[in-house]
Design a protein around this ligand. Structure first.
Ligand SMILES: Nc1ncnc2c1ncn2[C@@H]1O[C@H](COP(=O)(O)OP(=O)(O)O)[C@@H](O)[C@H]1O
Ligand SMILES: [Mg+2]
Length: 434
């Protein structure tokens, strides 16, 4: 017979060996870097002008970033920082190169569904990458303890207190203090003060806002990472709720993001776990827009249906059950999204079953289905230790056609995403473009 202590002993044994296993099976020296971008790519895919127009502009003003010329050739390559400087300093054919940025805080988009493997992380990663290449400053929040997004962004030393779990502990401490302070006589408060909460919650909760944010190899993408140990947040949060019954547990991440300066980011992308739990509810309650990727298989349709129902039920239950507590906490219920969109992923236009599924989605969900599905492509794959997006892959490493086709598929999906985003953003914004 074996009980919990056997599992704990196995965990301890594994931890003592972990460093050795890691040395033998992992290449920690490999650091993810961001490749430079060619004039061809910049003019065709980013600035939408003929390459010669861009070349002329660069020749006319030697003080502009000039990129690096390849040793053997004429092709010039620019870092994203250089491209962003060009965006700030140059107009091409009278057109501004900076993307529209309505005033106010960053927009928050949750990429979420139940089923593992539908492409949530790939969608979140590509939207973040495409937005950064478009000139936006992006924060990614990895809500999934599988941490695929975190690993694909090149991070591998994440501690659980730096994840959404840490944000939730910090929120519990701050909310406990706020609720205590709302009583004229603290003795009347039936809930604990922050200094009565468990010590680990207090020490994790003592972190500052910016402590959770980590840089990536993209100069304009940061990440709040996740790690396997953060899975425990689901169990821990249930315990914390028992300790503090007035805690609006679903509002932690929204409150946290409200603390960030409005102009620190333009877009915040959430990669969600395949579950309805404490983390995914925090993602839903913090999100302005819900983006639901689904694959073209029947079980993915089944899972999407079930996801929409369960998320709706959970949000409805919270609206009913937390009305007073939420009002005290300044949360408006029922929670509303500015938009909800369904996005077909891993789509093969030549596969009749996929087309039938696309038709079914359009019949059932109508205009909520994105017009441009994301195609199945060999250009999205594990490359070395990191999952590389099509934007990160050097097109010289594969057939140019494969890369271009994949890039166009993600670009079209991003273009549609940006339209959705801007409609909501302008409506949400408190003024004209910043
Ligand atoms: N458009 C695509 N083309 C090819 N492979 C894809 C595509 N989208 C996702 N994949 C692959 O499918 C697997 C699961 O994708 P992922 O985004 O991690 O799913 P999820 O986050 O929903 O669990 C990954 O191995 C990924 O490389
Ligand atoms: Mg994932």
């Amino acid at each position: 017979m074996r009980d919990h202590s056997d599992l704990q002993a196995m965990n301890e044994r594994s931890l003592t060996q972990q460093a050795a296993v890691r040395r033998a099976t992992f290449s920690p020296g490999e650091v993810k870097t961001l490749r430079p971008f060619s004039i061809w790519e910049i003019s065709q895919f980013m600035f939408d002008v003929p390459a010669d127009t861009l070349r002329r502009k660069l020749a006319d003003d030697p003080s502009l970033p000039q990129g690096e010329t390849e040793e053997d050739g004429r092709q010039r390559w620019f870092s994203l920082a250089e491209i962003n400087e060009l965006r700030r300093r140059v107009k091409l054919r009278g057109k501004k190169l900076l993307p529209e940025r309505p005033k106010g805080r960053a927009m928050r988009v949750a990429v979420s569904n139940f089923k593992g493997g539908v492409g949530k992380t790939v969608v979140a990663q590509h939207l973040a990458n495409a937005a950064a290449l478009d000139g936006y400053r992006v924060l990614c929040v990895d809500f999934d303890p599988q941490a695929t997004l975190t690993h694909s962004m090149g991070l591998n030393e994440v501690k659980e207190w730096n994840t959404v779990w840490g944000i939730m502990c910090r929120d519990l401490c701050r909310e406990a203090d706020r609720i205590m302070a709302s009583y004229d006589d603290p003795d009347d408060c039936p809930y604990p003060a922050a200094d009565e909460l468990p010590e680990d919650v207090q020490s994790i909760g003592a972190q500052r806002v910016q402590d959770f944010i980590q840089p990536t190899c993209w100069p304009t993408i940061d990440v709040i990472p996740s790690c396997a140990n953060a899975a425990f947040v689901e169990f821990a949060s249930a315990q914390y709720r028992g300790l503090h019954k007035a805690w609006t547990f679903f509002g932690c991440v929204a409150r946290y993001l409200d603390e960030l300066p409005d102009d620190q980011y333009d877009l915040i992308v959430f990669d969600c776990p395949p579950a309805i739990g404490y983390q995914s509810l925090n993602a839903a309650f913090a999100a302005d827009i819900l983006y639901v990727p689904s694959g073209p298989g029947y079980w993915e349709y089944d899972s999407t249906t079930s996801y929409l129902g369960q998320l709706g039920d959970a949000m409805g239950d919270i609206s009913d059950g937390f009305a007073t507590l939420a009002e005290d906490a300044g949360i408006k219920l029922p929670k509303t999204f500015l938009d909800v969109r369904l996005l077909m992923t891993r789509f093969e236009a030549t596969n009749p079953l996929h087309s039938a599924m696309m038709d079914a989605f359009r019949n059932v969900f109508g205009a909520d289905v994105c017009a441009h599905p994301i195609e199945m492509t060999r250009a999205v794959e594990q490359s070395g230790r990191f999952q590389m997006s099509v934007y990160e892959q050097d097109y010289r490493q594969m057939t140019r056609e494969t890369w271009k086709r994949a890039r166009q598929s993600f670009d079209r999906a991003y273009g549609e995403f940006k339209e959705t985003l801007l409609v909501s953003w302008r409506a949400h914004s408190d003024g004209p473009e910043a």
